[in-house]
Design a protein around this ligand. Structure first.
Ligand SMILES: *[C@@H]1O[C@H](CO)[C@@H](O)[C@H](O)[C@H]1NC(C)=O
Ligand SMILES: *[C@@H]1O[C@H](CO)[C@@H](O)[C@H](O)[C@H]1NC(C)=O
Ligand SMILES: *[C@@H]1O[C@H](CO)[C@@H](O)[C@H](O)[C@H]1NC(C)=O
Length: 219
């Protein structure tokens, strides 16, 4: 399976008045890169409700050679793909965590950590998203909500295991524990940070040196 290029995860926002105005504040940019930015989201000082700041910056999108305006959650590189006021949701593109093996063991890894929630206004929608792991002989889990007082350093850990006996055991299109696994998530997740625990890759190195883990909208 190839690495996915576009993953949509949906963040839900915590309560805010449902009678929200569906346009930008007067004098504020009303869109970025073709995406309408209604209040409480906003670009620039005085244009957003605390925690709902959107940054509009010129970026290169991989499929495009030119710099184009791209809306992101302020203070992050998380791209905003859609905003919805009716159900108060933000569709974003989150990075993918990965871990690769070589003959000696773990060669490199990336936790895909994103702090998109400095003001605690977002949570990761448990009705929209699944946590998916693609690869073999890996346990991967997402950790969320830092808690330095608890027994563990986060309040939530959830994930799944994928094991492959050999290359012929992978079934294309299935995601049920062989080459791929998926789990629903609890409603309290607020962070994107992935940890891998790998099992021996000796038998699978030739066909599955890397595993990937990510949140994805099941839409
Ligand atoms: C984006 O949001 C609008 C308004 O809520 C909705 O009609 C549209 O289907 C959404 N697009 C995607 C790709 O989810
Ligand atoms: C495997 O990766 C590690 C970490 O990058 C490196 O130190 C080691 O030399 C590599 N081993 C082989 C056999 O390539
Ligand atoms: C597991 O892998 C071994 C070694 O490739 C093979 O002999 C065996 O038949 C496999 N078992 C199953 C159930 O596929």
């Amino acid at each position: 399976m190839t690495k996915a290029t576009l993953l949509l995860a949906t963040l839900s926002t915590l309560v805010y008045p449902s009678a929200a105005i569906s346009t930008a504040q007067p004098g504020c940019p009303s869109s970025c890169g073709g995406l309408t930015i209604p209040y409480p989201f906003g670009i620039g000082t005085g244009c957003f409700r605390d925690g709902f700041e959107i940054t509009c910056q010129m970026s290169k999108i991989t499929t495009n050679k030119n710099y184009v305006p791209v809306p992101t959650l302020a203070g992050t590189t998380v791209q905003v793909l859609n905003l919805s006021l009716g159900v108060a949701e933000v569709m974003v593109q989150l990075p993918i965590g990965w871990q690769c093996y070589n003959q000696s063991g773990v060669e490199a890894y990336y936790t895909a950590e994103v702090d998109f929630n400095p003001k605690s206004v977002y949570r990761i929608s448990n009705t929209h998203n699944l946590f998916v792991v693609i690869g073999c002989n890996s346990l991967a889990y997402i950790e969320s909500q830092r808690d330095s007082n608890g027994l563990y350093s986060y309040d939530y850990y959830t994930g799944c295991v994928s094991f492959c006996n050999d290359s012929s055991s992978i079934t294309e299109g299935a995601c049920s524990g062989v080459g791929c696994c998926q789990v629903t998530i609890p409603s309290g997740l607020t962070d994107n940070s992935v940890i891998f625990d790998g099992y021996s890759h000796d038998r699978i190195l030739s066909f599955s040196p890397c595993s990937y883990a990510f949140l994805v909208d099941k839409c």
